[in-house]
Design a protein around this ligand. Sequence first.
Ligand code: 16G
Ligand code: MG
Length: 542
Amino acid sequence: MSLDTAAITAASARFPKPARSFTYGTAGVRTLGKDLDSTCFRLAIVAALRSKWAKGKVTGLMVTASHNPEQDNGLKAVDPRGEMLASSWEAHCTRIANAASDDELVGVVQDIVAKESIDLSQAAVVVYAYDTRPTCPALVRALEAGLDALGATKRNAGLLTTPQLHYLVRAYNTQGTDEAYGEPTEEGYYEKMAQAFKTLVPAASPLVVDCANGVGAPALQKLQKYIPAASLPFKVLRTAISTPGALNSGCGADYVKTTQSLPAGLESEVQADSRMCSFDGDADRIVFYYLRGDPREKASFRLLDGDKITALAADWISELVKTAEVDLKVGSVQTAYANGSSTRYLEQRVPVTCTPTGVKYLHHAAESYDIGVYFEANGHGTVLFSPASIAKLKGAGSGAPEAAAARKQLLALTELINQTVGDALSDMLLVEVVLRVTGRSFAEWDSTYEDLPNRLLKVLVPDRTLFETTDAERRLTRPAGLQAQIEHEAARYAGGRSFVRPSGTEDCVRVYAECEKADELGALAENIKKLVEDAAKAAAQA
Ligand code: 16G
Ligand code: MG
């Protein structure tokens, strides 16, 4: 079978490429929604090719720009195992998105087919979903035209969170096998998680959830039907998914993490002792927080970020593994953004790996442990159980009654936790389970370690590609000489640490700095920023 090049060219003519370039970056393509019709059309072709490459297994496409403002949109591609698209295919996406004409596009398609030895007679099935952004309906039409051009079977999964789409892909591809992940429906997703949650917990006080006015709102409202309010009462806030401009505005995980404060106006909707959390716009990220001391003081705000979630989950799972009398190695994965205190805390308990920023890197590193706990400080993350560890837990028969109970809990955890990608809904339930089973409050969880004061700055430079990093982005190799200057400056502060990396999602360079004394932090961060600006200017002129 050959490509229907006429069908591709004719359809492509309906979605002309704007005069600009696109990159498939850290988490797919992300830019202004109005610019993305051609990209959606073209990446749908890649998703169909990927499905053919995988011998007809289902692949996925999610239309979302996550925590970005409402006018942005983007696409994330999902591989047959429910994980992010293999990095080796990202270049295909970037190339196809930038093909200058319809004919060049056909050329790129033919090239991918040849390079990946794709058998075009294989069927292709692509499941896709979208979030609440106003540009989604048009982009979904472009995406569908791309699937039609390749004769792929279309499965429109509708309005979903990103992790729900990842779940669906794995569920479709494992249906009827030993590794069946669950019913491949949205209901199947809720049922699986709710069932596992009920197995795990006693009752507790309500949890306030900020849904970022995004797709997590309808998802959480549906999940509530599966978990009775008696076992998990929620107060669901920021649910205005059809109010223009509301998405991620003054609320959501990114706002809370970067401003280190409550979502705008939330203080009048919660109590001094409320337990709170925020999703991002596509619900693959979560952070928790509460107020300590006088709620009118800004300093009363206490953030429980991805690092604190890692500590909580790794500790509890390690304990369960010990009690369960199974030989499983628990490990954790962080990025350079992890607070130094969290790394020190974890290193005394479990192996810790550091990877570059971006979920795909952490995810793959976590797969090398029997049980791998990974979270970025910003709240993206999950826990992975290797197939062998699940088999061990199922197979272990004898031992003390506590051991059997711990094994049962671990197995329920494997059901509760979304193994395909970080999932705000599932991570929220995980944290609830650990806190309740161990009888801890947010304040007790918070006291595991004290974060070092830290700051993140954005530096606009003439050319961010002149910045190159090594050692999981912890050190610069270019511009020449800058790394030594950074280290020299950081060494002047007690507990000083700083690193600089080019952003993978914005045209800027990021500076992270931390040190023991809060009153020295500003100087450290600003001095590093100045070093970066000077080096960037010099490098651009060279
Ligand atoms: C993307 C990544 C996120 C990462 C962020 C870094 C995924 C799903 N998302 O949003 O994990 O923290 O990029 O952005 O991988 P930066 O490169 O601009 O600092
Ligand atoms: Mg997101």
